[in-house]
Design a protein around this ligand. Sequence first.
Ligand code: SAM
Length: 295
Amino acid sequence: MPKTEHWQWYVEEFFPTEQHHHAIEQVYYAGRSQFQSIGVISTPVLGKMLILDGDTQSAQHDEKIYHESLVHPAMAGAADRSDVLILGGGEGATLREVLRHPDVRRCTMVDIDGDVVDLSKRYLPEWSAGAFDDPRARVIVGDALKFLADDPDRYGVIISDLTEPLEDSPSNPLFCDEVFRDIKARLADGGVYVLQASTAGFHNMSLHAKMARTLRGYYKHVVSFYTHVPAFDNDWAFIACSDAVDLSRLEESVVNAYCDKLKGENFFYDGTTHRRIFALPLYLRRELAKAGETF
Ligand code: SAM
């Protein structure tokens, strides 16, 4: 392995006062779409990586930790998983995970950036693993904001796999009270809405708490869960919302029975993992219990 000074580095500015460095093995793509800057690189530790607007989106060697967490607890708890909607999800890995369940009849994925989808197909085919060609997949290149306003259907599971709502990110307008209301209107009875919900590190959990506080105005059960994701070099949080089910109370045996029906093997998620990711540390529970800002 070459010494440190011989590497080129991808530096993710996580916060103005926190940087994460990854050695670059190869640059597959570096450019800009109409919506954001896009990088596809490979690193010795995490394999290939997708970077949007300087923010790591997912990495080859650990993306299953993120995508199985995002998709399967919600799918396991939903009353009906035949029709699923994904907002964002450009790499196709969220789509891949949804389509592993035989109950799924249709999975609609709406991503604003056709370049992310095309580059992912070209350089990151391991992420989608054929999901884009599955006849149950309906892939729409368009703004999720517009889709939610125009689409009349209701879905048993809605998954938000959008970029972080940074100031000039195309996902930013989707993080507001009215859109949370529109999403609720698209959810079928007994349905679950789950979102990737920013970091849950003890030093930077305020955005996550703000999302949870806003969503509590809409759903009976708003439950945070989290796990460490090496590519993000942080604890990553998700929020599951439902009027019908509190996912933190899902029995281990129910989760395992759900997982047994999935095509292929899980890497990360099962009944034991479910218990662990829904068991929140005291500092996070305290933060979530506090009153504070909403969207
Ligand atoms: N795991 C990721 C993370 O860490 O933020 C999210 C993954 S995925 C690559 C995010 C996707 O959201 C991108 O492909 C981006 O194009 C899409 N996106 C952002 N804003 C959007 C919008 N308004 N409508 C639809 N898709 C959007």
